[in-house]
Design a protein around this ligand. Structure first.
Ligand code: DOR
Length: 434
């Protein structure tokens, strides 16, 4: 199956490309990128005039909730949300039920993705059995089954000795470990960032130091073992400083940041809205500024959503008992185009880099560029499209977002996976469920 995407502004940071060009996809793979390409007979053609054509966006931090929490999300609904949001691939976290700590669960997720997925799914295996932090999961078996990394995300691996051992094994399998960097004794009982606002509201806070301490430990263990450690959802200025310094010394660490940690501060908690509660919490303005700078200079390699769908009943309880996390797949790109690019925090090619080649390199995934021979995955953006975020229209089962009602200018216009259009102007057409 062939597809020719004509007349767009092609931005492919991995290949230093930004200009008018056509993209030809043949048999699911990028065939050529260049001016006025001729297509073989029978090729479908898309006119991308006035639009931006980029490699398919990759979200390396997503909770698809299946198996076990299908009332929150499934592989089918989560990948449809991804397609709607302009993502062609997602990496799925292991905190399902059962936990993805054995081949059987990885096989299940991959089978669901093949049968019902609208975009590519890369499973992440657990570091420890049942995410309990006591014994290692079947790391070799998980890698063999197709896991691209290991993480107990949602929880840190508390024991440094166990994490060290995990890193030593992970190296043998060539996979990084993704760290949920949170010192649990400091974070315990906290519902928001510790600072002026938490004091003002009388809510228990989680100090920035809870993240800093664990990032410092993780950097030390990455250096000790030589295994790659990726820090999930970086949210503090101190964590950014540690990462920058570690990278400068050549320690194999990478980092990601979420759109919400780039756009919201702890002031949002003044609404006592459980949809602004997540781990790590929304931080101070200074932290937000540090994360923005780090994203621009490459200290933070990727934007990842930490798409964390929950049912209403998980959120409509006292703040203390409300589940952590917000959905992100269907809001990330529009929010970043509106509030990072339009407001000149990042230029467009840098944003595209942090959604494509950046995340692809972190997890060593195929894609992230329009290299001929690579996956025929493309995201097309309409930079002018005005809309208001309406959670009722999400493809995700989760409605838990603090961004409902936000006005955006710019949105994903089309999502193409392996040469197949899976979303056009908000209509998801990919996946057997459509
Ligand atoms: O807010 C969060 N929600 N942070 C995490 O690390 C886990 C996630 C979830 O699974 O809901």
């Amino acid at each position: 199956m062939s597809l020719l995407i004509r007349n767009g502004r092609v931005i492919d940071p991995a290949n230093g490309l930004d200009g008018p060009a056509d993209v030809l996809i043949v048999d699911g793979l990028v065939s050529r990128v260049g001016p006025r390409l001729e297509a073989p007979a029978g090729t479908a053609t898309i006119d991308a005039g006035g639009r931006v054509v980029a490699p398919g966006f990759i979200d390396i931090h997503v909770h698809l909730r299946e198996p076990g929490y299908e009332y929150k999300e499934t592989v089918a609904t989560g990948t449809r949300a991804a397609a709607a949001g302009g993502f062609t691939a997602v990496a799925a976290m292991a905190n399902t039920s059962p936990v993805n700590d054995t081949r059987a669960v990885t096989d299940y997720v991959l089978a669901e993705a093949r049968a019902r997925g609208a975009v590519r799914v890369y499973p992440i295996g657990a570091v420890t059995r049942g995410l309990k932090g006591a014994e290692l999961a079947e790391l070799g078996e998980l890698a063999e089954a197709g896991c691209v990394a290991y993480s107990d995300d949602g929880r840190p691996v508390v024991s440094s000795a166990l994490l060290r051992r995990a890193l030593e094994y992970a190296q043998a399998f060539g996979k990084p470990i993704i760290s949920h960097a949170e010192e649990v004794t400091l974070a315990e009982g906290g519902v928001m960032h510790e600072g002026f606002v938490s004091t003002d509201l009388g809510l228990r806070g989680i100090p920035a130091a809870a993240e800093e301490i664990m990032v410092a430990r993780d950097v030390a263990l990455a250096e000790l073992t030589g295994t790659r450690v990726h820090i999930a959802h970086v949210s503090t200025a101190a964590a950014v400083r540690l990462l920058r310094e570690a990278k400068a010394r050549g320690v194999p660490v990478t980092g990601e940041v979420t759109p919400h940690h780039l756009l919201l501060t702890d002031e949002t908690m003044r609404r006592y809205d459980a949809n602004a509660k997540m781990a790590p919490p929304l931080r101070s303005k200074r932290d937000v500024e540090a994360c923005r700078e780090a994203l621009a200079d490459g200290t933070l390699d990727a934007i990842a959503t930490d798409h964390a769908p929950h049912a209403l009943s998980d959120k409509e309880v006292e703040l203390e008992h409300a589940a952590n996390g917000i959905v992100g797949l269907e809001t990330a790109v529009a929010l970043c185009l509106t509030h990072l690019v339009r407001e000149r925090v990042l230029d467009l090619p840098t944003l595209v880099a942090r959604l494509t080649v950046g995340p692809a390199r972190v997890l060593e995934l195929p894609g992230g560029s329009l290299r001929p021979g690579g996956p025929g995955d493309v995201t097309i953006l309409d930079l002018e499209r005005e809309h208001v975020i309406d959670p009722a229209r999400f493809h995700s089962k989760g409605r838990n977002t603090p961004f409902g009602g936000w006005r955006c200018v710019g949105a994903p216009w089309m999502t193409v996976v392996a040469g197949r259009v899976v979303m056009q102007e908000g209509r998801v057409t990919g996946g057997p469920a459509s």
